[in-house]
Design a protein around this ligand. Structure first.
Ligand SMILES: [Cu+2]
Length: 467
């Protein structure tokens, strides 16, 4: 159904180089080169996940989609096939087989992270990323995960929802000593379940998780699925407090979060999901926000919640929804058939979570004529302009300069107008046909007669609408 991606070393190098150039840091180029060296000794399956990752490091506008091949790939030594998860804006952690054990290496370290063009902050993450790369494995796998601590503080890693021996649970002080700076710990266990799970720091939890130390842990079923999805997407929800102009997220904030992210990005930097009309789509969502639950709402479809981090929900226990409630410390897996072409938005319905840093603390002047106020205040502050008399919708595109290292109050440019949502916002773009390389198809063209617009006088008259 999709074109086989070019897996040659040259093409991978091209992608890696391009990705590195976009971010523009020497460190990333070094990392990319090191990872490419690593890849030579790894399986074809791993190369696949690399392809996804390379394609998605680029940070551009809101029309960038998560790269998908839509193929089932053999990624398991016993020949078990599964469709790799796509982590929009993210990547999958490389692994290699050593004597029948799947070996991974997580590096906890400081990361300079771009939430969206205009907002860069000094965070903590794993392997150069916020959030950490997605760990992907198969039920029954024996996994060995090395964790190297390159932070200045002790840390641990907890495998959230994974069934394992108590001593591998990764809770500082309870199940192990904390991993000191420059130490490398070894976690080793056999995966007894499948599902959408997570990993995160479990030492100085508030500080370390609120600085970004988390990732997804996806375990595919050992027995092939009867009705597998055509595309399988994964998101981590998180929240941050970053004062306007500050470079360091404030991990001590309890309630007044002001940056809300899908996979560590705010719209318009979130990559869209794509699907072909009629495909079955799975979306895995994890929430490790410090204090908030989220209400993730999808337009154009209903879906069913088919699993939590506790396991599968039997079909008889599933019901249709358009919004899934995401308690913090949990995952939900939703599925739908993408039978309606279009650009369908997916966003948090807690509406402060689609605003950015400056959207939360304005005085309410809706309905007030500010002309007189402007005149008076301009005598004291030249150029002063009262804002918000018609709400916040204009504030993204009114051309006002934004303070250094902060995001415009809302959104980004859409096809027809300015989109007045930012933060936890992305899209599912469904088309009868997609670009062969699985990239973003651009904006949807509504078929004639199927789009809202100014009501013609003839229609108003016919229907007795008087203005
Ligand atoms: Cu929310």
């Amino acid at each position: 159904m999709n074109t086989e991606p070019d897996l040659s070393l040259t093409s991978r190098r091209k992608l890696l180089t391009r990705a590195a150039a976009f971010i523009g840091t020497g460190a990333l180029i070094q990392r990319a080169a090191a990872e490419e060296m690593d890849m030579k000794s790894m399986s074809a399956g791993h190369d696949m996940s690399k392809m996804h990752a390379s394609g998605s490091v680029k940070m551009t506008a809101n029309t960038k989609a998560a790269v998908s091949t839509g193929k089932t790939e053999p990624l398991h030594p016993e020949g078990i096939t599964y469709r790799p998860v796509i982590t929009p804006n993210g990547k999958t952690l490389p692994w290699k087989m050593v004597d029948g054990v799947k070996v991974y290496h997580l590096i906890a370290e400081p990361v300079t992270h771009e939430f969206a063009p205009g907002l860069v902050a000094e965070c903590w993450g794993y392997n150069g990323r916020v959030h950490g790369p997605t760990i992907e494995a198969v039920e029954g796998d024996k996994v060995r995960i090395y964790v190297t601590n390159k932070l200045e503080a002790p840390t641990t890693v907890h495998w959230h929802g994974v069934l394992l021996p108590s001593g591998m649970d990764g809770v500082g002080g309870v199940s192990q000593k904390a991993i000191q700076p420059d130490e490398t710990f070894k976690y080793e266990f056999t995966l007894k379940q499948h599902g959408t799970l997570m990993y995160h720091s479990h030492h100085d939890e508030m500080t370390q998780m609120q600085l970004g130390m988390m990732g997804l842990f996806i375990i595919h079923p050992k027995n092939p699925e009867i009705n597998p999805p055509d595309r399988d997407y994964a998101f981590m929800l998180s929240e941050w407090k970053i004062e306007v102009g500050a470079r360091r997220p404030d991990p001590n904030e309890m309630t007044d979060m002001n940056v809300f992210t899908f996979n560590g990005r705010c719209f318009p930097a979130t990559e869209a999901m794509v699907a072909k009309t009629g495909e079955k789509i799975r979306i895995r969502i994890g929430n490790l926000s410090t204090m908030s639950h989220h209400a993730i709402h999808m337009h154009g479809y209903y879906f069913k919640v088919v699993a939590t981090d506790g396991g599968q929900i039997p079909e008889a226990g599933q019901w249709p929804e358009t919004t899934v409630h995401m308690p913090t410390g949990s995952t939900r897996t939703i599925e739908l058939v993408a039978d309606a072409p279009g650009d369908w938005v997916v966003h948090c319905h807690m509406l402060h979570h689609v605003m950015t840093q400056m959207g939360h603390q304005f005085g309410n002047i809706i309905g007030i004529d500010t002309a007189g106020i402007n005149k008076k205040i301009r005598k004291l502050i030249p150029g002063y302009m009262a804002m918000g008399e018609t709400g916040m919708g204009d504030m993204g595109d009114m051309g006002m300069p934004v303070p250094a290292n902060s995001l415009p109050m809302v959104g980004g440019q859409g096809k027809y107008d300015y989109i007045t949502m930012g933060g936890m916002f992305t899209m599912l773009k469904v088309r009868d046909s997609l670009p062969a390389d699985g990239t973003d198809p651009g904006w949807y063209e509504c078929p004639p007669g199927s789009q809202a617009g100014i009501a013609p006088d003839t229609d108003l008259k016919r229907d007795g609408i008087t203005l």
